[in-house]
Design a protein around this ligand. Structure first.
Ligand code: SF4
Length: 430
């Protein structure tokens, strides 16, 4: 079972793909995290591709837990968000201050300070353009939607997904529903209506993603199914289906689909459709449905990124400060931590020259692989390591210089980023 609340770090990514129905991304997205398989899996990313190819609006969504410091491992999600924003995504970021209050006793006021000083200012310095950042505790849309969504699931389902039992905290019941509301509310009518929405996550968050995708489907009236390329539309609910069928047929016919209604079975059969048109048909109907159903959501998409290894070889953890590089670390501190990192190198320089190192198990190599955009440079480091040309001491110094340059740049931009903050925070909803 994948558990979003466990602290385990290691995943067999191939096994996850096989056992949990996570799919591999295709090569549509030309971005280093896709090219280097740092994004190893996805769900529903074809919706995003469809939106981009057809110049449709789409969202990218993430959240932040306002506690501790932002570190290099958290940076990867924001790198992706900035990438999707560069492709045209409207970006939403939820500050999970309800969750930090419930789990860590952090007051809303303190959570606000942490979110701005430790996270949002860094996001802006990293290149995030103006977007919509909100606090869960102030967002009535997400709170009311969570209430609606809670009617779409039950304890049996949550027990099956999360392994909850009768003595589980209600927080573990509420938290996935609030997260689903965070993601899905971005498609509410006053925010632009149904849109493909991508959520970059670590694989430990997959149970939340599966639940929110199912909840989105359950709130739809039109359900589009494909059976070996034959596409049918079903009308859910107990209301008489006539008007829904007639309206859908009108929209689909306007896009040249030949439709046959079956009022008794609450269905429309589409004759001249192919499997690849399922998304187009779903989007036509989602947009139609958005006109009369406030909760007509397109199933959100997700990318799953690998977790960066801590400098001590295990998980990056704030309880082991030397395992991670905080974005508030001085270049000197970061360099020192890298100097003391474990590596995939050999015991002696002679052995390293003779046999080469093992970058595949080296957290120092991950600093290059996860944080440099330059494919040729990263390949060169890899080849020099396995070829025994590169020694660990020199390699650590070089990685330290790269990370120091990044940290210095962030710190130089800090004041300017603070001044821009109002372009990012959305006002309290009432
Ligand atoms: S040379 Fe660099 S990449 Fe290779 S094992 Fe040593 S530290 Fe890691």
């Amino acid at each position: 079972m994948i558990n979003p609340w466990s602290s385990s770090q290691y995943f067999d990514y191939e096994k996850l793909i096989k056992e949990f129905g996570i799919e591999k991304p295709d090569d549509y997205f030309d971005y280093f995290m896709f090219r280097r398989k740092l994004i190893f899996g996805q769900r529903g990313l074809d919706y995003l591709e469809y939106a981009i190819k057809n110049k449709m609006k789409f969202n990218a969504m993430t959240g932040l837990m306002p506690s501790g410091h932002m570190h290099l491992g958290n940076k990867l999600t924001i790198d992706q968000i900035i990438y999707f924003q560069s492709l045209g995504a409207e970006v939403y970021i939820a500050v999970a201050d309800l969750e930090s209050y419930a789990t860590r006793g952090i007051s809303f006021e303190r959570a606000r300070e942490i979110a701005i000083n430790e996270y949002i200012v860094n996001y802006i310095s990293m290149g995030l353009k103006p977007c919509k950042i909100y606090f869960q505790s102030e967002n009535f849309d997400t709170q009311s939607l969570a209430f609606i969504l809670s009617n779409g699931t039950n304890m049996n389902e949550l027990k099956a997904i999360y392994g909850l039992n009768d003595s589980s905290s209600m927080l573990h019941v509420n938290s996935p529903i609030i997260q689903a509301a965070d993601v899905l509310h971005t498609q509410m009518r006053h925010l632009g209506g149904p849109r493909p929405t991508v959520v970059p996550v670590g694989v430990d968050q997959d149970p939340h993603i599966r639940l929110m995708r199912d909840l989105a489907k359950r709130l739809r009236i039109y359900s589009v199914k494909s059976d070996h390329g034959k596409i049918s539309v079903f009308i859910k609910g107990t209301e008489s289906p006539e008007k829904y069928i007639d309206n859908a047929m009108e929209e689909l016919s306007a896009s040249s689909y030949e439709c046959t209604p079956n009022y008794e079975y609450r269905a429309i059969y589409i004759k001249n459709s192919k499997e690849e048109e399922r998304i187009k048909i779903d989007m036509i109907l989602a947009n139609l449905e958005g006109g009369f159903n406030e909760y007509a959501f397109v199933e959100p998409s997700a990318t799953f990124q690998k977790l960066e290894t801590g400098l001590k070889g295990g998980k990056m953890s704030s309880s082991v400060p030397d395992s991670l590089i905080s974005l508030n670390d001085s270049p000197a501190d970061a360099t020192k931590k890298i100097k003391h990192a474990v590596t995939g190198g050999k015991q002696t320089v002679e052995e390293q020259r003779k046999l080469g190192g093992n970058p595949d198990i080296c957290p120092v190599f991950e600093l290059y692989k996860y944080h440099s955009n330059d494919d040729k440079y990263v390949t060169r480091v890899y080849e020099e390591c396995i070829g025994g040309v590169r020694m660990c001491g020199q390699c650590k110094s070089e990685a330290g210089e790269n990370i120091s340059k990044f940290l210095k740049n962030l710190s130089e931009k800090k004041d300017e980023s603070f001044r821009k903050i109002d372009d990012y925070l959305i006002k309290r909803s009432s």
